[in-house]
Design a protein around this ligand. Structure first.
Ligand SMILES: *[C@@H]1O[C@H](CO)[C@@H](O)[C@H](O)[C@H]1NC(C)=O
Ligand SMILES: *[C@@H]1O[C@H](CO)[C@@H](O)[C@H](O)[C@H]1NC(C)=O
Ligand SMILES: *[C@@H]1O[C@H](CO)[C@@H](O)[C@H](O)[C@H]1NC(C)=O
Ligand SMILES: *[C@@H]1O[C@H](CO)[C@@H](O)[C@H](O)[C@H]1NC(C)=O
Ligand SMILES: *[C@@H]1O[C@H](CO)[C@@H](O)[C@H](O)[C@H]1NC(C)=O
Length: 503
């Protein structure tokens, strides 16, 4: 059995065929030397001989961090920890390790072990038992098929546990009992279909729980009864068909809830009851067809609401009334053909409104003071055929309007008030016959109108980006512009007649 640890100052030697290189650091980022581990066994040798020269005046005591990746170390080099008694961080990525079959020795000073991307499927009982100060353990992208309490015995102080992309199928009561101080638990990308009631009962300190990309079909409130400190919960990309009322009732500190990519068809009025601190709610890509007036009733701190890609048909008056802190609202790619004129009237700081790819025709709901903070309005790909008087008057902060891919026939100045910040106007792919030039007078900063593929644009001009001084030609040779002239336009004004740019 051979195991040599050759150390040379900042140099990197290739000596043998089966060689494992590692980089050693005296502080978290001050490189001490490159070292090379060599072994041709799959078990740790009994008498490990490690030699090497340090940068003067450093020695083994000074090494705090060792990293190795893309090499081959089939066993966990546990006795290495004895040579470097002050080692705090150990990273062995992509080194083809499949088992941890001994108890790690001299582990008491280690704070972080990273074994990301290996084939580890078996960790022997008590392997980490002497790692009493370990705070972080990364076992992501390995092949574990269960969480064995015996394997993780003694990790009382562990705060971060990464088990993403393994083959774990269920979480049983007791599996996580050893992790009393866990703050972050990542279990995304496993095959979890079953979480026993009470499985998370020991995790009273947990703040972030990721269960995305599993096969979970239901969650119930009993799972959360002890998770009083939870801030983030993700169950995105699972098979949830419904969520019972009051499921999240105990999660008073929850700020981020990710329910995207499930099979939810409706939301109970009390689904989100208790989430008084929720800031981000993502329910993208489900099958929700309606929203009741009460479902978001107490989410007064909500900042981002994402409902893209559902089957919602109507937005009633009161649904969003208490969302006074909403900053982004995304309900694009639904089937919305009606938005109550009062639906958005209580927002106080909305910045972005995404409604593209719906069936909207009537824009009465935009005529509210609550639009005065919006900087982006996205309405492309709807059924809008008319822009009535005063439609956009409230958008005094807007920079970008997307009205492309509708059926608009006229752009009249009466629809736009004084919009001092509006810079980009997209009206391409409509049926515009008339652009009333006067409307630009009140929009001093408008610099580009995207107007390709409209009725008024004649064939010859369809390809061209037109600069200000050519615009008059455009108007005279294309009489379908009813405007007399565009004389008052600022010098940076450009009509883009052919552009796929999205601003
Ligand atoms: C790990 O390996 C040991 C010894 O081969 C075996 O007894 C144990 O059941 C295995 N544990 C798991 C979780 O596969
Ligand atoms: C909102 O809070 C009030 C007061 O606590 C409560 O009566 C009501 O049921 C809550 N509504 C929802 C939908 O949770
Ligand atoms: C208009 O644009 C100019 C130049 O980009 C900028 O200095 C000015 O602040 C803008 N005005 C508004 C109201 O955005
Ligand atoms: C022009 O508009 C028509 C219908 O409005 C659409 O089908 C076509 O794809 C558009 N062409 C381009 C180049 O965008
Ligand atoms: C657009 O320009 C290309 C090449 O410059 C030309 O071949 C094409 O005929 C033009 N299309 C139109 C509609 O003018």
């Amino acid at each position: 059995m051979r195991f040599n640890f050759i150390i040379s100052t900042f140099c990197f030697l290739t000596i043998v065929k089966i060689a494992q290189s590692a980089t050693c650091y005296y502080t978290i980022d001050l490189i001490g030397y490159s070292c090379r581990l060599m072994a041709n066994t799959d078990a740790e040798p009994i008498n490990l001989v490690i030699t090497g020269n340090h940068v003067f005046p450093k020695d083994d005591q000074d090494v705090v961090n060792i990293r190795s990746s893309d090499s081959k170390i089939e066993f966990f080099p546990s006795s290495m920890l004895g040579k470097f008694p002050n080692l705090k961080y150990l990273t062995l990525n992509k080194v083809s390790m499949t088992r941890i079959n001994t108890q790690l020795l001299y582990c008491q000073n280690l704070q972080k072990i990273n074994l990301f991307i290996n084939g580890i499927y078996n960790i022997s009982s008590g392997a980490f038992e002497s790692c009493i100060n370990l705070l972080e353990l990364d076992l992501g992208r390995n092949s574990l098929n269960s969480i064995e309490t015996e394997s993780f015995k003694g990790l009382d102080k562990l705060e971060l546990l990464f088990l993403d992309s393994n083959d774990i199928r269920e979480i049983r009561v007791g599996d996580l009992n050893g992790f009393r101080n866990l703050r972050r638990l990542q279990l995304s990308g496993n095959k979890i279909s079953n979480i026993n009631s009470g499985a998370f009962d020991s995790l009273s300190e947990l703040e972030h729980l990721y269960l995305g990309e599993n096969e979970i079909t239901s969650i119930d409130s009993s799972l959360f009864s002890s998770l009083r400190n939870l801030i983030t919960f993700s169950v995105a990309s699972n098979q949830l068909t419904k969520i019972e009322a009051l499921t999240f009732e105990n999660l008073l500190k929850l700020e981020n809830l990710y329910l995207t990519d499930n099979k939810l068809t409706s939301l109970h009025d009390n689904t989100f009851t208790g989430l008084d601190n929720l800031a981000v709610l993502q329910i993208v890509a489900n099958d929700i067809d309606s929203l009741s007036s009460f479902v978001f009733e107490n989410l007064t701190r909500l900042v981002n609401l994402e409902l893209t890609n559902n089957k919602i048909t109507r937005l009633e008056s009161e649904t969003f009334w208490n969302l006074v802190n909403l900053f982004r609202l995304e309900i694009n790619s639904n089937l919305i053909d009606f938005i109550h004129p009062e639906a958005f009237s209580t927002f106080t700081r909305l910045d972005g409104l995404w409604l593209e790819d719906n069936k909207l025709q009537n824009l009465e709901f935009l005529k509210t003071d609550a639009m005065k903070t919006v900087t982006s309005l996205v309405l492309e790909d709807n059924l809008i055929n008319d822009l009535p008087m005063d439609t956009f008057n409230s958008f005094v902060r807007a920079r970008t309007f997307h009205l492309d891919f509708n059926q608009i026939k006229e752009v009249r100045s009466s629809a736009f008030g004084a919009l001092p910040y509006l810079t980009y106007l997209h009206v391409e792919n409509n049926q515009i016959e008339v652009i009333e030039n006067k409307f630009i007078e009140n929009i001093p900063n408008l610099s580009i109108i995207f107007a390709s593929n409209n009725t008024c644009i004649n064939e010859i001009l369809r390809n061209i980006t037109y600069e200000m001084d050519l615009l008059e030609d455009c108007l005279s040779s294309a009489p379908v512009f009813t405007a007399q002239s565009f004389i008052t336009i600022t010098s940076s004004f450009v009509i883009s007649l052919w552009s796929f740019m999205k601003l």
